[in-house]
Design a protein around this ligand. Sequence first.
Ligand code: NQM
Length: 346
Amino acid sequence: MSVRCMLMRGGTSKGAYFLASDLPADPAERDDLLLRIMGTPDPRQIDGLGGAQPVTSKVAIVSPADGDRDVDYLFLQIGIEEATVSDRQTCGNLLAGVGQFAVERGLVPAGGERTSVRVRMVNTDSIAVSTFDTPGGTVDYRGTTAISGVPGTAAPVELEFTGTEGSVCGSLLPTGNVVDDIGGISVTCVDNGMPVVVARAADFGLTGYEPVDELAGLAEEIQALRLAAGKLMGLGDVGGTSVPKTTLVAAPRDGGAICTRTFIPLRPHPSIGVLGAVSVVTALMLDGAAGHELFTAPPPGSPVGVEHPSGTLDVGVELAPGPRVRRSTVIRTARKLFDGTVFPRH
Ligand code: NQM
């Protein structure tokens, strides 16, 4: 048996993109197939497409949609060691390839030099508009835009999010508070597209500038924090789920607004997720948030630089009184790596 599949880099992640119509309709059958395609369970995913890291063990499933959107995008996080498939979060990085995939597969026509595709992110029932280069009516991945964490340059993909507030938890501040105390550590629990627990790196005895490989030993402490936070956020027992993420913050040191070290959910992230960064910035903009005093707000209208272990991710977040979120924006790049058929393990 073989399945039509496109392998794409979306932002700083990599995943297998499928048309929903190329996969079984039954979710249990579909998930079993995806585990066999990605090579899970196995710490190296040696017999499948997965790259043995959370950011390379991802699947995007795209289908045509009507109403106010062009396509539906379902994101699935595929476990590595464990045979798990989670739809509990979306992924703003794989999203960066969804519009181009929709054009390549003929779901959406190219609309001139640049094409905008309205994507419903099924996991969180929110909308993203993705705008990318389609000169001469075909997708062009080549360009001069660099993003931290990806070598070289490619064509820019503009992503604009609306309706991401409370995407998984139901509200922007799911505990009802700007700040909570968990075992003596101040945290801000936020959900503007991704549930994240924000805390100061200093409260973990860290500078916040540690390289990723020095952070692996924190898994137990991070798990204890997110287990307690998950309950306060109304997520129940989050012991086996991919959300909430945890981001430890420190003062910026490379001209950005904040420095971050993120755990997804226990492994240190080599950079930071897109909606993760949007959510962290949203939290830090609020007076009284954990780490708000470390946040150096840029001049109005300028992007907010989120420093992370491999560079800086620039995001835009527009808040309204409440606090409510008007819109969030980010620039990514994406690239088609391979198009063909994949042969799942038996
Ligand atoms: O937060 C990693 C990534 C992500 C998700 C994660 C993402 C997002 O780097 O929108 O992009 O948080 O698991 O792709």
